[in-house]
Design a protein around this ligand. Structure first.
Ligand code: IPE
Ligand code: IPE
Ligand code: MG
Length: 267
């Protein structure tokens, strides 16, 4: 029977199909489709963003319950500034409002929150909330939530290249010491293991400048469901699909518990 048929038969209890020994430690999500969801209902796009927050809360709980350790979500890309000013302002206000309302619970749940991206263009009031939230939760160990805001993969890579060039000119490093490990250690995600699984909702089949370096060997799962309709069941479908993959990392054997470390670790 095909995986789709098995999933369809068990749709009321997908958790029974999960292999507890093959839970991805780090899942990344491109939460897409908020605007289309609202438009389909004849509502302003902002309603989709509000509903998207409720879904994110559910998925944080589901992934933590399942045994994942890290969830990284794309909330605002460097390209999203090109949206109408009103929508951008709405999203920026929404980040602050959600954090103010939820940070206590996030902390009680022992979740460490981190914002990945260039925060400089944000209003000071938002920067303060983001920094305080990171500070409050920095010692939490049960689960890590990374929220990518004003994040762009290419910009991140260019910044690392610049930093290493400066270090090299000042003599702190030698040019031939630049390798994947050193590069990795200068990324905004330094210290965070690469995602084993990337989920994108709304059926779009592109990366949209998300974690270009970090997704080098991630499994990709595209869900046709728009983010505001995504839920625990849809998340479990992604995990079940992930568990059916053969992760070969360029070799010929399936190595489900290996993680891609790049050529610097290949020996
Ligand atoms: C994702 O939903 C949320 C953000 C990019 C902030 P969209 O707003 O991109 O929704 P669609 O893709 O236009 O439907
Ligand atoms: C990607 O979605 C960014 C976020 C989810 C924050 P977009 O809706 O901005 O991506 P494109 O425009 O479809 O590539
Ligand atoms: Mg979109």
């Amino acid at each position: 029977m095909s995986l789709e048929k098995v999933i369809d038969k068990k749709k009321n209890d997908l958790s029974k199909l999960i292999d507890k020994k093959k839970i991805p430690e780090h899942v990344a999500i491109i939460m897409d489709g908020n605007g289309r969801w609202a438009t389909k209902k004849g509502l302003p796009r902002t309603f989709g963003h509000n509903k998207g927050v409720t879904v994110l809360k559910e998925i944080i709980k589901s992934s933590k319950k399942l045994g994942c350790k890290v969830l990284t979500v794309y909330a605002f890309s460097t390209e999203n500034w090109s949206r109408p000013k009103k929508e951008v302002e709405f999203l920026i206000n929404l980040f602050g409002e959600v954090l103010r309302n939820e940070i206590e619970e996030i902390h009680q749940e022992s979740i460490k929150i981190k914002f990945i991206g260039d925060l400089t263009p944000f209003p000071d009031s938002l920067k303060t909330v983001l920094n305080r939230s990171e500070d409050l939760t920095k010692d939490n160990e049960d689960f890590a939530l990374n929220v990518c805001v004003n994040y762009g993969g290419r910009q991140e890579i260019v910044k690392v290249a610049k930093k290493l060039a400066i270090k090299s000119i000042s003599g702190e490093i030698k040019p031939n010491e630049v390798n994947e490990e050193l590069f990795n250690s200068e990324l905004l995600t330094q210290g965070i293991k690469d995602p084993e699984l990337l989920i994108r909702t709304s059926g779009e089949k592109r990366i949209s400048n998300f974690l270009l370096w970090q997704l080098a060997y991630s499994e990709i799962y595209i869900s046709e469901v728009l983010w505001p309709d995504f839920n625990e069941n849809e998340f479990l479908k992604a995990i079940i699909d992930y568990q059916s993959r053969n992760r070969r990392f360029g070799g010929i054997e399936s190595l489900p518990n290996k993680s891609f470390k790049g050529s610097y670790c290949s020996s």
